[in-house]
Design a protein around this ligand. Structure first.
Ligand SMILES: Cc1ncc(COP(=O)(O)O)c(C=O)c1O
Length: 395
């Protein structure tokens, strides 16, 4: 084998967020004489602690971020009726799949290259009298909300749903993302800021939505609501049914377990400190990159990033192939297209429904072909990050 031109950087996409102390907390929990494993008081405590951390009244813990997306859109359908939902072209598959699965029509917008979130002018321009919600994604830790969006949606009475699965702790003007709209979704999958192995959260201040989400989490069952008035209303409307078995909605079972909640509770106290380290890392990464080769002008204010965004400046496929080959050689794990692999409209499940739509969004197409993400974890130091940017700049 010939000698490598590049240093071996051995840079994985993520380090495990679950530490020995979290496993020990779980072992202590399991060592009780008869520990409860199915959803119970640990889940409830994690929801309360998460609500306090985020600054919302209610949280509903589910088995994944995708499940959070799904029951959010189902609840939107029940509470607001069917119609259009404005979605980004850069997001995770479940953000669009949930819109389709709940029966809505997705309306797509291009991204803003600085935030990687939705282009706010396009969002406001695509609102019609059929619009039921804007379902925004904060991409890879960058806040995607601005005041124009919040004011425009408030003026038109359109609910904002925030997907914060990739941006725990990001803020807009000091307010946490996930508190800016009607409700929000989080993921606790391995790759994110903290992990419950699998897991997700739906968060809101709206009591009616909260009760509906609680039911949707567990088969659409009315007894899962925790408001006696809500239960009495359903029981009163259906006196022929056993109140323990009233299925209000055609739903799913997306509950998590006590085991996952114990892991989440153990990590939550470390989240803010870890986010600070990751934010410091992102600053070092972006300031070390050669701005003539890579984009460095991201909207970093309030960001909380778990993956470095590496976006090649010019649409040069040969240079892109060299960057990609060099990263492979240096063992720098990466994902092309960033979140969800880039232009969601290019994916087969959407091409079948909207064959030519993907051609209309140039900004996301640039990210699709020339954008990457690379791991950013709290254990990195400046020297490691300098080695990475030096390597990238020299390609
Ligand atoms: C923006 C976004 N939404 C939703 C999800 C789905 O979360 P999960 O993997 O927990 O199902 C992800 C997953 O990575 C994501 O990045």
């Amino acid at each position: 084998m010939g000698e490598s031109r590049y240093p071996l950087l051995n840079w994985p996409l993520m380090h495990n967020n679950i530490l020995r102390e979290d496993l020990d907390a779980l072992i202590r929990y399991l060592q009780q004489p008869d520990p409860m494993l199915t959803q119970s008081t640990q889940v409830r405590a994690f929801e309360e602690e998460w609500s306090r951390w985020l600054g919302v009244k209610y949280s509903v813990f589910v088995n994944s971020g995708s499940s959070a997306n799904l029951i959010t859109l189902c609840a939107l359908r029940e509470l607001r009726g069917l119609g259009e939902v404005i979605v980004p072209t850069l997001t995770w598959v479940s953000d669009i799949a949930s819109v389709l699965q709940a029966g809505f029509t997705p309306v797509f917008v291009d991204i803003d290259p600085q935030t990687l979130g939705m282009n706010v002018d396009q969002v406001l321009g695509k609102i019609t009298n059929q619009t039921k919600a804007v379902f925004l994604t904060h991409i890879l830790g960058y806040n995607a909300v601005n005041q124009k969006l919040l004011d425009g949606l408030r003026a038109r009475n359109i609910p904002l749903i925030e997907d914060v699965c990739e941006s725990h702790g990001a803020t807009f003007q000091g307010r946490k993302c996930g508190t800016l709209g009607w409700c929000s979704n989080f993921s606790f999958y391995y790759a994110h800021h903290m992990s419950t192995v699998e897991g997700g959260m739906v968060c809101t201040d709206d009591p009616a939505l909260y009760q509906t989400l609680r039911m949707f989490r567990s088969h659409g069952m009315v007894r899962e609501a925790d408001d006696a008035k809500v239960k009495a209303e359903w029981a009163g409307r259906y006196p022929d049914l056993n109140p323990d078995f009233i299925f209000a909605y055609p739903s799913y079972n997306v509950r998590s377990t006590e085991i996952n909640a114990v892991l989440g509770r153990s990590q939550l106290p470390r989240l803010d400190a870890n986010n600070q380290l990751r934010t410091r890392n992102l600053e070092a990464f972006l300031s070390g990159l050669d701005g003539s080769k890579f984009r460095t002008d991201f909207a970093v204010e309030g960001s909380s990033n778990y993956a470095f965004t590496l976006v090649i400046r010019d649409a040069d496929p040969d240079y892109r192939d060299r960057v990609q080959a060099a990263m492979r050689e240096a063992k720098v794990e990466h994902r092309r297209g960033t979140s969800g692999g880039g232009n969601e409209l290019r994916q087969p499940y959407l091409r079948r429904l909207y064959p030519d739509e993907y051609r209309k969004y140039p900004e996301i197409d640039h990210i699709h072909f020339y954008g990457y993400y690379i791991g950013n974890y709290p254990t990195l130091d400046r020297i490691r990050i300098h080695d990475l940017t030096k390597f990238l700049n020299e390609i």
